[in-house]
Design a protein around this ligand. Structure first.
Ligand SMILES: [Zn+2]
Ligand SMILES: [Zn+2]
Length: 97
């Protein structure tokens, strides 16, 4: 499977658009259905996922970056994706090298 952020074949993990730790909060329970809360994307376990959570706090993720297009519009994440795709050409799959 391919990562939905950087489009590379990789080990993937599921990223919730609305981070799980927010699911129990009243406002999220009130404003979103269970189905909406369980939405997300498959992203690289060690690179893209880590980077998403490095760059954006859980609160901001739930509030402002709760869809793929919004995530991809995050300036720093955009730069990161560009950088990854450049790097790919040089190292050719050796992501831990
Ligand atoms: Zn996540
Ligand atoms: Zn990725």
């Amino acid at each position: 499977m391919k990562c939905e952020i950087c489009n590379r074949e990789n080990i993937l993990t599921f990223h919730h658009f609305i981070p799980k730790c927010l699911h129990k909060k009243k406002t999220y329970k009130r404003d979103y259905t269970k189905e909406e809360l369980s939405k997300g994307i498959n992203v690289c376990k060690y690179e893209c996922h880590r980077e998403i959570h490095n760059l954006i706090s859980n609160k901001d993720l739930g509030k402002y970056y709760n869809s793929l297009s919004k995530l991809k519009n995050h300036t720093k994440l955009k730069n990161y994706i560009k950088w990854l795709q450049k790097k790919k050409g040089k190292q050719d799959g050796n992501i831990f090298g």
